[in-house]
Write a protein that binds this ligand. Structure first.
Ligand SMILES: NC(=O)c1ccc[n+]([C@@H]2O[C@H](COP(=O)([O-])OP(=O)(O)OC[C@H]3O[C@@H](n4cnc5c(N)ncnc54)[C@H](OP(=O)(O)O)[C@@H]3O)[C@@H](O)[C@H]2O)c1
Length: 255
């Protein structure tokens, strides 16, 4: 099966391309540095020729409110229109668990807009909503600074490894479209502040993490279960302590 992976050079995309190829599929990474730009349409007609499935795991280079909205709206509109012309049979997009509950955040308003365009299009689709990646825990600290301290709400979350995200998206990409949403998550629940504190300790990053019920996540106020997937979520296998011992976590440490 020919599968085009938009954002196929990124964290999830590069893992996904490898996994699809291991399963015998023709997986093509598509990103600006492979000559495909979803904002301008450059290279899209060529790369989509003969494709059965398009998986969109791209992300906006800027998370500023209007830039990120423009990225997901323009790129999704372009993709869906070129997919229609190429008779692509399945559009798969990676989104985030709880997106519809996070509209106070500019980033999540952009993901809501992306999902809406997909749902309203004529292309059969599956939206995969994943929980936060373990690889994102340090980034979460970086976007949650107040002065020199990390402020995070002590609410529940259920993050997962990027490897497990890529495996799940790869399986879903070669299944039939469900014209709906599948949730995926990690095998364990934590408190956000607790796990970020553990991640920073493992990185020997000595920033203090404050449990602050009023702290926002990407601009949005969270309640106890905002970030938690429902009972039907497919769960990855990798536990946090196991992931910490893996090369991906160690490489982040070196970086
Ligand atoms: N972080 C989390 O915890 C989390 C949780 C759930 C879901 N997600 C979702 O997962 C998705 C992927 O995240 P990620 O961390 O794997 O992203 P990433 O590593 O930042 O990769 C983004 C990819 O998008 C490509 N891209 C950027 N602009 C493009 C354009 N104009 N045309 C085509 N491709 C373009 C990039 O190519 P270049 O490198 O060449 O620019 C790169 O391949 C996002 O949609 C995000 O919302 C994230």
């Amino acid at each position: 099966m020919k599968v085009v992976v938009i954002g196929g050079t990124g964290l999830i995309g590069s893992k996904l391309v490898n996994k699809l190829r291991e399963h015998g599929h023709e997986a093509l990474p598509a990103a600006p540095n492979t000559g495909v730009n979803t904002l301008t349409g450059e290279g899209l007609a060529e790369v989509l020729t003969g494709a059965s499935v398009v998986v969109d795991v791209s992300n906006s280079p800027s998370w500023e409110d209007s830039a990120v909205l423009n990225f997901f709206e323009t790129s999704t509109r372009n993709l869906l229109s070129y997919e229609d012309a190429a008779a692509v049979g399945h559009h798969v997009a990676l989104s985030v668990v709880g997106t519809d509950r996070l509209s106070e955040s500019g980033y999540f308003r952009a993901k809501i807009a992306q999902e809406k365009l997909i749902k309203e299009s004529s292309i059969p689709y599956t939206i995969v909503q994943a929980t936060q990646f373990f690889e994102f825990l340090k980034g979460l600290a970086d976007i949650s600074m107040v002065g020199d301290k990390v402020h995070l709400p002590p609410v529940l979350f259920q993050p997962m490894s990027a490897d497990d995200v890529a495996s799940a998206v790869g399986r879903i990409a070669v299944e039939a479209p469900i014209n709906g949403t599948v949730e995926i998550g990690g095998p364990e629940q934590f408190r956000v502040d607790e796990l970020v504190r553990r991640r920073l300790a493992a990185l020997k990053d000595f920033r203090e993490v404050i449990a602050d019920p009023n702290a926002r996540y990407s601009g949005a106020k969270l309640s106890e279960k905002t970030l938690i997937p429902g009972n039907n979520a497919r769960l990855g296998e990798t536990r946090f302590e196991t992931w910490l011992t893996q090369p991906a976590a160690q490489a982040q440490k070196a970086a």
